[in-house]
Design a protein around this ligand. Structure first.
Ligand code: 8X3
Length: 250
């Protein structure tokens, strides 16, 4: 892949996004890193610049559309060779009728509308560069599970948009990849359970969960494959996990 342009990453301040930033920098990719937490992005920039790549950071909340538009305006002269559309979250895990509307709304605003806003603004530049769109969905996008309702639906949205993009962009030279992680130990469960660290920890106890680096390696594999090769869908789970709900714990 041509390395003069930039890889644009959302949710780059932690977890899978941060690991993608580290692995991409080590592989020589220039980066545009975005996330809400600017202090973390600045620290990451400082660290990764030792890899002799160019790093630009923007504090950006994907749910704030005017902020997203401003970022894309500011990078108008930069070539985007890949988008890692990673920002996403879950809120709660409870029966549908027990959900607070605000939790539904937050997942929709982030995983659906925010994800779509970024993709919509990035795609024209990626068509120009014959680049690569990597969307991070989830096992939840193919299997509904108890308490997952809107989160699962939001990830099914990511999956369907990925496939549609793949079809729409066929023939343009653009590659589209949907990476669907299973259980990965990140801040994901802390966010889902709103700081209930005991509940969050339990999610990953009794088996070996994936690390964010495992998913970043999968992303890099797709990015670095020859231009003729499009990995369209990659479902990556811990060895102990065989479905959204079948996790064998010791
Ligand atoms: C994260 C994986 O199984 O908690 O998307 O929904 S899961």
């Amino acid at each position: 892949m041509e390395k003069d342009g930039y890889v644009f990453i959302t949710g780059a301040s932690s977890g899978i996004g941060e690991s993608c930033a580290r692995k991409c920098a080590a592989a020589g990719f220039n980066l545009i890193l975005t996330a809400r937490r600017e202090d973390r992005l600045l620290a990451l920039k400082k660290e990764l610049e030792s890899e002799s790549v160019s790093i630009i950071v923007y504090s950006m909340d994907v749910t704030n559309h005017s902020q997203v538009e401003s970022v894309f305006k500011a990078i108008n002269d930069k070539e985007i060779i890949a988008l890692i559309n990673n920002a996403g979250l879950a809120q709660e895990k409870c029966s549908f009728e027990d959900y607070k509307w605000d939790d539904f709304q937050k997942m929709i605003d982030t995983n659906i509308t925010g994800f779509l806003k970024v993709a919509h603004l990035a795609v024209p530049s990626i068509i120009k560069s014959k680049g690569h769109i990597v969307n991070i969905s989830s096992i939840a996008g193919i299997e509904a599970y108890e308490g997952g309702s809107v989160y699962c639906a939001s990830k099914a949205f990511v999956k369907m948009v990925s496939k549609s993009l793949r079809i729409d962009l066929a023939g343009t030279g653009v590659r589209v990849t949907d990476i669907a992680p299973g259980a990965v130990e990140t801040e994901f469960s802390d966010v889902r359970f709103k700081g209930d660290t005991e509940k969050a920890k339990l999610t990953y106890q009794g088996y070996e969960p994936l690390t964010p680096e495992d998913i970043a390696d999968s992303v890099l594999f797709c990015l670095q494959a020859p231009a003729r090769m499009n990995v369209e869908y990659m479902l990556v789970m811990p060895t102990a996990q065989a479905s959204a709900t079948r996790i064998v714990k010791q």
